[in-house]
Design a protein around this ligand. Sequence first.
Ligand SMILES: [Zn+2]
Length: 210
Amino acid sequence: MVNISPAEHSHGIDLESALDFLNTLHPGHDRTDEQHQTDEHLVRPADAAVWFLEHELVHPDAGIRIGEADLARIRRVRTALREVVDSVVEGRKPEPDAVHLVNATLEARRPTRLELDGTALRIGHRHAETPVDDALALISEAIIEELATGRPERLRVCANDRCRWAFFDSSPTGRRRWCDMRSCGNQAKAARYRARLKEEAQDQAQVRPN
Ligand SMILES: [Zn+2]
């Protein structure tokens, strides 16, 4: 008798959290142009460590050490993943460098292994060499899985250029354009309203006799 049991523990990340990783840069609402340029949530290595721990991408008891070089790599992978998601949303080819880096990130995880425990079969851990590599690979996997086998046509980037929050549109109609109707959606409505008032004022100015 052979038992097949799943690995003692498995951890991964859902698409929403993976997209939130992209949103650790330039996230939020009501940003000025200056803030938009500098709005970085992963400022120090510790910020990235906390993010990975909060999203259960590393074992809490194992902990994670992140140095400045790791942080730079984390940001590069984030930029590459953002480029791939943006390219899908915009219906264009992604930059080859971005694809290359995402692939290298995915390959850091070892392939699935068959492990024997007496007569029991187990799926071996697929950890990468370092916890950082592992976390980045898990995030990348969640995103490319959606792109390849999920519903990539539902990936969105908020239509507010100052926001550009990446999200999955799970609305029934699939016509969501804003990360949040109360903030970005309303801002856009208000901007359209102001533009219309201005146009009307100009029209009136033109017809008014001098
Ligand atoms: Zn938005």
